[in-house]
Design a binder for this molecule. Structure first.
Ligand SMILES: Cc1cc2nc3c(=O)[nH]c(=O)nc-3n(C[C@H](O)[C@H](O)[C@H](O)COP(=O)(O)O)c2cc1C
Length: 367
């Protein structure tokens, strides 16, 4: 099992609010906006406050408190053009994209942005998104089998002038994409993120993904995932990103009060609707390890289990937890916020320096 490199700084990503309604399904005030002008300002602010990545969500139609949604690949390219250094990860669904068309789009986005494009291949939980578009909704593990083929085909298209792929879902014959994406040391092609909690999601990550994205988890839950994916990867390098919702305030009491208010004001029908949709999406996982399988009501108010990571409290508390996750294998923390512009800046100015200081201490100890 490879050991995490404690000398490499932890990376940070934020969830792009390209879907309306904010990151929590609650009537608490959320000073955020899903529109482009706001997101442009946020992206520039984020890259100036220590964020290396942004993750754009994919949602094609309204569901459970997300009435409006900007399309992820186009929106990601627009954010790449508005920034200098930020890497933007576009979420995409196999089954709705052909790998050749997606590989071509992202190759162009990568060239235009100087090598800053990335993708998050999501296998999907929202059945209506497929069936209402007349596309088949595959059984859970079949969705992941398609995802594995999709990633393998996209990588082949990005790296081979005579791309070949023969699978059950996709077939490619002697295909050459020009321009190819940018290549730099350690980056043979745009980075491929992929996540989930189920055994199928872990197997795909271990076998073909560059990054495994985890929903929010407590320490032991995260360690269990890391060990599992590393065992499947069997020496191949897979990096780990972990989701967490940040409520950073000067005192623990202030932060906890905000958390309580989020839960008290939760939009119950929307959260319950989401719970039943994800329950049916995961029900074919025989071992019941699927994402959200053990989520409680309060976990689902942040729809990617972001409260479980417990990044709620003072900068010192959040930094301590970030360091512990790093020791357990996290390379990146994917963060969501309530009042994006204010909170991203607060994180960059008040939390990040504490994390960097603790990282220096950790590196010295492990030297
Ligand atoms: C970090 C992260 C981001 C995700 N983003 C999206 C998204 O933008 N759109 C979407 O439909 N699903 C998204 N998903 C959910 C996946 O599509 C999928 O439903 C989920 O990972 C299935 O989990 P399972 O393998 O545990 O069943 C995301 C999952 C993770 C972990």
């Amino acid at each position: 099992m490879s050991v995490p490199d404690l000398h490499e700084p932890l990376k940070f990503a934020y969830w792009v609010p390209n879907v309306s309604g904010g990151l929590v399904t609650s009537d608490i005030e959320q000073r955020t906006d899903w529109g482009y002008e706001y997101n442009k300002q946020l992206a520039v602010l984020a890259e100036n406050n220590g964020f290396e990545y942004a993750l754009t969500q994919v949602r094609y139609t309204a569901s459970y408190g997300a009435a409006y949604q900007h399309e992820s690949t186009g929106f990601s390219l627009a954010l790449l053009l508005a920034t200098q250094r930020l890497k933007v990860i576009a979420a995409i669904h196999p089954g709705l994209w052909h790998p050749g068309v997606l590989a071509k789009f992202v190759a162009s986005a990568d060239v235009i942005s100087g090598g800053r494009a990335a993708i998050n291949v999501v296998s999907g939980w929202f059945k209506d998104e497929f069936t209402k578009l007349g596309e088949p909704w595959l059984e859970h593990d079949e969705r992941y089998r398609r995802t594995e083929e999709f990633i393998t085909a996209v990588r082949e298209l990005w790296t081979n002038d005579h791309a070949e792929f023969g699978g059950d879902f996709y077939r490619i014959h002697d295909f050459d994409i020009k321009p190819k994406p940018e290549v730099s040391p350690g980056r043979p092609h745009p980075e491929i993120f992929q996540g989930g909690n189920s055994t199928a999601a872990r197997k795909v990550a271990g076998r073909v993904s560059d990054w495994y994205f985890s929903n929010g988890k407590d320490y032991d839950g995260f360690t269990e995932q890391v060990e599992d994916v590393r065992a499947i990867a069997n020496g191949r390098t897979v990096r780990f990103g972990l989701n967490g919702f940040v409520i950073a305030r000067e005192s623990a009491a202030e932060a906890e009060a905000v958390f309580r208010e989020i839960i008290e004001k939760a939009d119950r029908p929307a959260v319950e609707g989401f719970r039943s949709a994800v329950a049916q999406a995961g029900k074919s996982t025989a071992d019941n390890k699927g994402m959200w399988a053990d989520s409680e009501f309060k976990d689902l108010v942040q729809y990617n289990d972001g409260f479980r990571t417990q990044l709620i409290g003072t900068p010192e508390h959040i930094a301590d937890r970030a360091i512990e996750y790093k020791k357990r294998g996290a390379n990146l923390l994917l963060l969501g916020f309530l009042h994006y512009l204010e909170d991203v800046e607060y994180f960059g100015k008040n939390v990040l320096p504490v994390i960097r200081e603790k990282e220096r201490e950790l590196a010295e100890l492990s030297a």
